[in-house]
Design a protein around this ligand. Structure first.
Ligand SMILES: Cc1cc2nc3c(=O)[nH]c(=O)nc-3n(C[C@H](O)[C@H](O)[C@H](O)COP(=O)(O)OP(=O)(O)OC[C@H]3O[C@@H](n4cnc5c(N)ncnc54)[C@H](O)[C@@H]3O)c2cc1C
Length: 404
């Protein structure tokens, strides 16, 4: 197996690296550094995505005919690697990565013309309305009802865990249009304008949000919400096919670029901090053993991802490997936050963890690198739950790999 980048890929890497120098501006890097969890505003996210769109790199997974970059798997990997190196975020996935491929495959010409250019240019923001109270892993049990009223559907029900719904202009939503013996058959995939009367978005405040004025997830309530029939994607009652197709894209990202960046930061943090005996964390053999254990696993992850890239580039499909990558990648993301908590010690406790800049008239409580480690730790518990929990991924592997 040859996993080295060829001449053209190395040239592409240089191009990405030098473009990011200015396209990911210092002003936003500073804002990111100030926030405990590296969070930036909706305007800054949209501005960054519009810069990507101008360059033609917003939709790395789209075909060129729709304005996408159509990167090869290796180019996508390199792009992720360079992006993670400077701390620039991935595009918010709900529009470009998730709903757009569904519209391309199942949407009408009118839907493609209406939505794809706006999604590409970040003129509209989508959220994902799949989960409901009581319907998560067992998604086919969902009960949000859409009654057929001739020219429109009347939607009633509740969605939960809806990430960034407070920013969203549109929701792609799974609704029940009929009761069938096979539950999957009565589900439809519709697009809902979030400004329609009858929709209420309420925040769910989580343990990692100690008052930065930011919440990640929401409840969304629908009360007699009128959705025009032209917003149905694919056929009525065949939404499960769209939903499954979309999930292929939800689980598509490489983990090792971000993990390598996080480990390099962790190493610097461990070298700078001292334990209660005055020894640097880095000189502690027990800490080093656990750090290197995670590092070896990240390296194995990187090689596995590169091997899969090789297979994709050769035109093969990814099968249960995506479940392996999701399980191991998210376990490692959690392991990194656990090591960071250990180095931070009691400095994980302060509530105000803003990072001071030259000229600011306050001092942080404890080392700057400890800022946000508690929030990051708590927030990262989610990664083994969403996009198909790791238990569900193990079920898939036991069936498809072990034939159990
Ligand atoms: C931070 C966050 C953001 C999210 N964002 C969104 C979003 O934007 N839109 C959206 O639609 N959803 C979103 N989700 C929801 C997510 O998809 C669900 O949480 C996930 O599908 C699990 O469903 P559940 O929470 O109902 O747990 P349950 O399905 O009730 O599972 C509870 C536990 O039981 C285990 N379990 C369940 N079934 C099995 C089984 N068959 N075998 C073995 N173990 C099993 C699970 O692994 C889990 O540990 C988000 C979730 C989180 C945490």
């Amino acid at each position: 197996m040859d996993i080295s980048f060829d001449e053209a890929d190395r040239k592409f890497q240089q191009e990405v690296r030098s473009w990011l120098e200015t396209a990911w501006p210092q002003e936003i890097r500073d804002k990111q550094a100030r926030s405990a969890q590296g969070r930036i505003s909706k305007d800054d996210i949209v501005g960054w995505q519009k810069r990507l769109a101008d360059k033609g790199w917003a939709a790395t997974n789209w075909p060129v005919e729709h304005g996408g970059a159509d990167f090869t798997p290796t180019q996508s990997y390199i792009f992720d690697l360079e992006r993670a190196r400077v701390g620039a975020p991935n595009v918010v996935p709900f529009g470009i990565t998730m709903v757009a491929p569904v519209i391309m495959k199942f949407g009408t010409d009118a839907q493609k013309t209406e939505f794809l250019p706006k999604i590409l240019n970040s003129d509209i923001w989508f959220c994902q309305g799949y989960s409901e109270p009581g319907s998560g892993s067992d998604l086919a049990s969902l009960s949000t009802k859409a009654e057929d009223k001739g020219d429109h559907y009347l939607v009633n029900g509740v969605k939960t865990w809806t990430t960034l719904a407070q920013y969203a202009d549109w929701m792609f939503c799974l609704v029940r249009t009929s009761q069938e013996e096979i539950r999957q058959l009565g589900i439809s995939f519709i697009l809902i304008d979030m400004n329609t009367p009858g929709i209420t978005v309420k925040p769910i405040i989580t343990l990692d949000e100690p008052g930065e004025g930011f919440q990640e997830i929401n409840m969304v309530y629908f009360e007699d919400v009128k959705v025009p029939k032209e917003n149905l994607v694919g056929e009525q009652g065949k939404g499960w096919t769209c939903a499954k197709y979309l999930l292929e894209f939800e689980r598509g990202n490489a983990y090792s670029p971000g993990l390598k960046g996080a480990l390099s930061h962790l190493r610097q943090f461990a070298q700078a901090e001292h334990d209660s005996n005055g020894e640097s964390f880095w000189s502690n053999p027990d800490f080093q053993r656990r750090f290197h254990d995670v590092q070896v696993q990240v390296l194995a992850m990187e090689y596995t991802e590169l091997r899969i890239l090789g297979a994709l580039a050769a035109g093969q499909n990814v099968g249960p490997e995506s479940s392996m990558l999701k399980t191991r990648g998210t376990e490692l993301q959690q392991a990194v936050t656990e090591l960071a908590i250990e180095i931070s010690g009691h400095y994980v406790a302060p509530l105000d963890q803003s990072t001071p800049f030259p000229g600011d008239n306050f001092q942080p409580v404890g080392p700057v690198d400890a800022n946000g480690t508690a929030q990051e730790y708590f927030n990262t518990r989610k990664v083994s739950i969403y996009a198909g929990s790791n238990e569900i991924q193990r079920n898939i592997m036991s069936k498809l790999v072990l034939n159990l």
